[in-house]
Design a protein around this ligand. Sequence first.
Ligand SMILES: Cc1cc2nc3c(=O)[nH]c(=O)nc-3n(C[C@H](O)[C@H](O)[C@H](O)COP(=O)(O)OP(=O)(O)OC[C@H]3O[C@@H](n4cnc5c(N)ncnc54)[C@H](O)[C@@H]3O)c2cc1C
Length: 512
Amino acid sequence: MTEILHQFKGRPVVVGSGLAGLIAALTLAPEPTVIVTRGALGAETSSAWAQGGIAASLGADDNPGLHLADTLAAGDGLCDPGVAGGIIGEAQDAIALLQRYGVRFDQNPSGEFALGLEAAHSRRRIVHAGGDGSGAAIIRALIAAVAKRSSIAVLEGFEARRILTADGSVCGLLCSGPTGDIVLPSSRVLLATGGLGGLYEATTNPASNFGQGIALAARAGAVLADMEFVQFHPTALDSRRRPLALVSEAVRGEGAELVNERGERFMADTPGEELAPRDVVARAISAEIARGGRVFLDARRALGPRFGVRFPAIAALCHEAGIDPGSALIPVRPAVHYHMGGVATDEEGQSSVAGLWVAGEVASTGLHGANRLASNSLLEATVMGARAARNMSLFRSQPALGDIPSTPPIADSASIRTVVSRHLGVLRNAGAMHGAIASLLPLAEGDGASSDPAIVALLIAVFASLRTESRGAHARTDFPLKQLVARRRKMALDEALAIARAATSQDFARSA
Ligand SMILES: Cc1cc2nc3c(=O)[nH]c(=O)nc-3n(C[C@H](O)[C@H](O)[C@H](O)COP(=O)(O)OP(=O)(O)OC[C@H]3O[C@@H](n4cnc5c(N)ncnc54)[C@H](O)[C@@H]3O)c2cc1C
């Protein structure tokens, strides 16, 4: 029996309680708002696990133009420069907004922001809090701010299962939770559901986050963009822990070097060396591992005994794995870390479906292009969460609730992780991607527990198979070069399914 929560009728609904969702709900206040979140408030979020911090050009030697240039270079021709310039131009305001909600960023003794350096940034511009505990400090402060606003109702332990639409516009949200299935009747829903690392075996994301927001939006008819671009963080701590712990780029920013099991510094001849763009470093490490080698971060000379002071959270994770990072080599490997693609939005966070906004990692705004510049995602989540909320507050419409579908089974991505990890990893080729499409299509079209995750993975595979080049985080062994003209691709689920069906029927015709 599905209960309709009439008491919340017409309130904007925010799905997810990471940085994008919390900022959006706070910006909507004092308008009565509902947050729906799968775990406890702020739990199961990448936001709370962020180590490095937020990119903002606040140093005396820096400016938004330099930050934009670094972002466009990392994005490898696919950023939308107008969108990127707009978001980067609001970085200083974003930091000030977070401070107003109580975030205390680290300062140097003279009272200025202590700015860190990360890969592919030409200046020190990473604003951090609590050393390497930036995300946790930010989420703690925002949760405290939410608790002080009685206009925000929080439904913890509830998972969004389907977006309800009438005549193509949002009219409600179907959720499941500890008290059963519920419907929130609303014409305004914001998805802030985070990344999709949970589709893969090796990831730094909370395992429960497999990109469900993308599946929900895709089923509602929203256009998706840049789905093929999955960023692998080069240096996850290679241990038994799942998800894998991250050894932030900031450690390399402080001078730690990458070496193989022979002690060779294999990035020494690459432009940018250890701080080359993430895809370059991830591919170099993958190549070392593929030849049967091992890769380590050596922070002994750069940090030594200071490691635990500068990076207390990373030091604790290393100690948990039995490694003293100040005096021993740290074993590392690439792992899925961030998704540049997602639900296509405009500059206010609006998707192609009336009444559906999307912000944070689940969105594809055009900021990141083919590869995200480190620490631009917390910036985007803050700027776009606030922008989407402001835009939602202007929107007035109340379509009547139509038929309520039966609740689908709880989604589970475990059964597709092997296929996704094997075929849609750091290095791709046509055979692997077609194999992925053939395995995923029947699951995506079915109504089992793997249907939602299979839809997301199938979208990655279809977009990836159409990009016959290597660009940014998308590396193909059969198309190692870039095409002359860089184009973003946007498509809705129907079109992707039609392409997948055609690809598999051609395979069938060939084998018959
Ligand atoms: C280990 C790690 C370190 C990082 N470090 C940095 C960094 O230093 N700087 C930087 O800029 N970026 C960093 N990133 C990336 C950055 O943290 C994320 O991109 C960003 O936090 C995403 O924020 P978000 O609000 O979009 O999603 P998240 O913070 O991931 O929150 C998603 C929320 O949605 C909820 N949810 C998902 N599906 C549903 C559903 N169906 N129903 C209800 N709730 C749902 C989740 O439970 C969660 O509450 C890091 C990422 C990781 C994993």
